[in-house]
Write a protein that binds this ligand. Structure first.
Ligand SMILES: [Zn+2]
Ligand SMILES: [Zn+2]
Ligand SMILES: [Zn+2]
Length: 256
């Protein structure tokens, strides 16, 4: 179990207005420079491959212009989208969204796998008595829901995961509410979320998240039973090290 003492996650502070103004000023200067260099761009473009519309190329931000362009990108500028007609561009877009048979099969396979995973997850959720679902299958992977009345989520990305519960008990969707403060209660690496076959498993992730929410919640609420034997350093009900009891209390939500 990757439980750690709870810590508050707060939404980031709004950006500093002076910094924003400085950025805006910098951007304006760059736009001015770009506009001033237009004649020079036109002169360079005239030395490159023949273009259908040299004016559009002068205003195009694609890195294939101005010449001398890379011959490997958009044929040195001649096949840049800015040089194509509306109809030619539309045809290229159509081609982007055309699936090969192989791609269509892979898509179908993935949809089937997701359906299966969803069914397994629903089964596990019923067994654990939580209301939950996968919010996002990858980048990040997110399983979110409500456990014993508290909104929670597990989020994994770049091999790391964490579990958060809503700091405000009245928050019904911590993952879906931007800026809602959360309390991180557990974290670990992606290997913890794999099943016996070492595949990432939403069911394993859900079980781990629910266990974390329940144990952390118990440690928060427990009045701790002091053991009769003095050598025993842990609460018999929740396992909290008795000298750390305060550390395991969930922090109060910040004032709204
Ligand atoms: Zn281009
Ligand atoms: Zn272009
Ligand atoms: Zn206890």
């Amino acid at each position: 179990m990757n439980l750690h003492p709870p810590r508050m996650w707060l939404p980031p502070d709004p950006p500093d207005q002076t910094e924003l103004d400085a950025f805006e000023e910098q951007a304006r200067a760059m736009r001015d420079d770009y506009a001033a260099a237009r004649p020079a761009r036109l002169a360079v473009l005239a030395t490159g491959p023949a273009l259908r519309d040299i004016d559009k190329a002068a205003d195009c931000r694609c890195s294939c212009h101005p010449s001398p362009a890379s011959p490997s990108l958009h044929e040195g500028g001649a096949r840049c989208p800015c040089q194509l007609t509306e109809a030619e561009r539309a045809e290229l877009w159509d081609r982007v969204f055309e699936y090969t048979d192989e791609e269509a099969e892979a898509l179908e396979r993935r949809e089937k796998e997701e359906d299966e995973a969803r069914a397994q997850l629903a089964e596990a959720a019923a067994e654990l008595d939580v209301d939950t679902g996968v919010e996002c299958w990858a980048y990040p992977f997110v399983v979110a829901g409500t456990c014993d009345g508290r909104s929670f989520f597990l989020r994994e990305r770049h091999g790391h995961w964490r579990v958060e519960v809503a700091a405000d008990p009245s928050c019904t969707d911590l993952w879906g509410t931007s800026g809602a403060p959360g309390i991180e209660i557990a974290a670990g690496s992606a290997a913890d979320l794999c099943d016996a076959g070492r595949d990432a498993s939403p069911v394993v992730a859900l079980r781990l998240a629910v266990r974390a929410v329940r144990l952390s919640g118990l440690r928060d609420r427990c009045s701790h039973e002091v053991p009769s034997e003095e050598s025993h350093q842990f609460c018999r009900r929740c396992g909290t090290p008795l000298h750390e009891a305060e550390l395991w209390k969930w922090p109060a939500p910040p004032p709204a």
